[in-house]
Design a protein around this ligand. Structure first.
Ligand code: ASP
Ligand code: MG
Length: 468
């Protein structure tokens, strides 16, 4: 069994859906492969549904116009995908769904209430609609398939909008359901139900998670995530023109790479698959012959040492220093605590062993708030001169050089620094955890494009790693 997932951009129009159905027929169904297929809502639909809900909540009557547009979009796609003599059947399928959607949004309009629970109910229609239309279209083309609302099998708590899965219940009901239903299942991504039977969702982008949950529960041989790019690349191709697709990465590398650059897969969604050591491959709907990037637990023959170079375009850096910090315990805890209190996320931390200064990278434009938070926390120490003024630097970027095999390979950081030095790019801060999976460098934002290209050339050129 393979579990396939097609995201919103793969089902952006009737033509795209048609293309996906052809991929399914040619590559799987004709070859008698056992698959289950998860779909996202049609492109942009989840956002639109949220907008409709919010407009209704604000008592803006134009929510109805927006809703009508959504309804038309779905009819339009469904009609294009099916012959005219099936249009009645399509209306029979979709009308009750749209009636329900109209009722719930009207309810929001009347009572001016849009709880996360109600919003989940509204957005769940995106996947229910896309999958209803796709499964009907496939049936009309003679494919023996069935629609499955994943809410029947994926059970969560009632943290609406981002519900947590009850894996014990979920795994058991998936196994049971698939044991009884042998036909090809067309499964709604993103949608779940609480243990009390209310509709919930798994958080934005949750369809990958659905695929991973199904794959893990069914012990799938492979989970295929079909997206709109050639898998995971060595760098962002918009910034590095020589970037190329990676044949494979480890789970950890995928996490590091997607944390920064191209978000082809949202790391936490891989967890169920990771725990069961199920392989994931990222494929491209627009280039189905591309072999894909495999995400594996371990790589047997990893030829590439560095797997990618990614970046965060803009960050701010905060420096706290002073003689009073040396050998004193609790300073870092208070420092991080002060920022946590203000919900400021810390991206990178460095402290040299002299303990004389600590450097923190934080999201852009939060420099001044952070400075204030830290100065409040260390008022006394600053008054006594043990800690100096907190320095903030803006307009910086972080570059991360990622690869699990850097751990066993001396000389990589040498290459990294040498190439940047030759390119006259100043490095402002450096961090490398002892996992040695990621070397992170803070540089001036102006240097970013040049630094990425220089580094990519130095450590990432294809000839360095020939075939893999
Ligand atoms: N449709 C949902 C979203 O846009 C889930 C998904 O596409 O993965 O977030
Ligand atoms: Mg989406």
């Amino acid at each position: 069994m393979k579990v396939l997932k097609f995201g919103g951009s793969s089902v952006g129009s009737a033509e795209r859906v048609d293309q996906v159905i052809n991929i399914l027929i040619e590559r799987y169904i004709n070859k008698k492969q056992r698959i289950a297929v998860v779909f996202s809502a049609f492109q942009g639909v989840t956002d639109k549904l949220i907008e409709v809900g919010k407009l209704a909540f604000k008592r803006r009557v134009d929510y109805k116009t927006e809703l009508e547009k959504l309804i038309d979009l779905h009819y339009d796609a469904a009609f294009k995908l099916n012959p005219v003599n099936k249009h009645g059947q399509i209306a029979d399928l979709l009308e009750p769904l749209f009636d329900e959607l109209k009722e719930v949004t009207h309810g929001v309009y009347l009572v001016k209430e849009l709880s996360p629970r109600t919003l989940d109910y509204i957005v769940s229609f995106g996947e229910v609609l896309s999958c209803s239309i796709i499964s009907l279209t496939m049936q009309n083309r003679g494919i023996d398939c069935e629609f499955l609302n994943a809410g029947r099998v994926i059970k969560t708590d009632d943290n609406f909008g981002n519900a947590s899965v009850d894996f014990k219940l979920t795994n058991a009901s998936i196994v049971k359901y698939f044991g009884k239903h042998k036909k090809l299942q067309i499964v709604t991504g993103f949608v779940a139900t609480t243990i009390h039977g209310e509709i919930a969702t798994l958080g934005r982008g949750g369809s990958d998670f659905t695929a991973s949950i199904l794959g893990a529960a069914l012990n799938a041989e492979l989970i295929e995530i079909w997206t709109d790019v050639d898998g995971i690349l060595t760098a962002d191709p918009r910034k590095v023109k020589n970037a190329f697709s990676l044949p494979s990465v480890t789970y950890e590398e995928a996490m590091e790479l997607s944390h920064f650059g191209a978000k082809v897969i949202y790391p936490p969604t891989m967890l169920p698959a990771l725990q069961k050591k199920i392989k994931i491959v990222i494929k491209n709907t627009f280039n189905p012959d591309f072999a894909g990037t495999y995400i594996l637990e371990k790589e047997k023959s990893a030829k590439l040492i560095v797997k990618g170079i990614s970046s965060i375009d803009e960050i701010s850096l905060i420096r706290v220093q002073g003689g009073g910090m040396v050998g004193v315990t609790g300073i870092a805890a208070r420092l991080l605590g002060a920022l946590a209190k203000h919900n400021i996320n810390i991206i990178l931390i460095t402290q040299a062993s002299s303990e004389h200064s600590i450097c923190l990278a934080i999201p852009p434009k939060l420099g001044e708030i952070s400075k204030k938070a830290i100065e409040d926390e260390f008022k006394l120490e600053m008054f006594e001169g043990k800690i100096g003024e907190v320095k903030v630097e803006e307009n910086l970027s972080i570059i991360a050089v990622v690869g699990e095999n850097m751990r066993h390979t001396p000389g990589i950081s040498g290459k990294v620094f040498q190439s940047l030095g030759k390119g006259k790019i100043n490095i402002i801060a450096i961090a490398q955890g002892s996992s040695e999976l990621n070397i992170s460098l803070v540089i001036n934002k102006n240097d970013l494009a040049k630094a990425l290209n220089t580094l990519h050339k130095a450590v990432m050129t294809k000839q360095n790693h020939s075939s893999s």
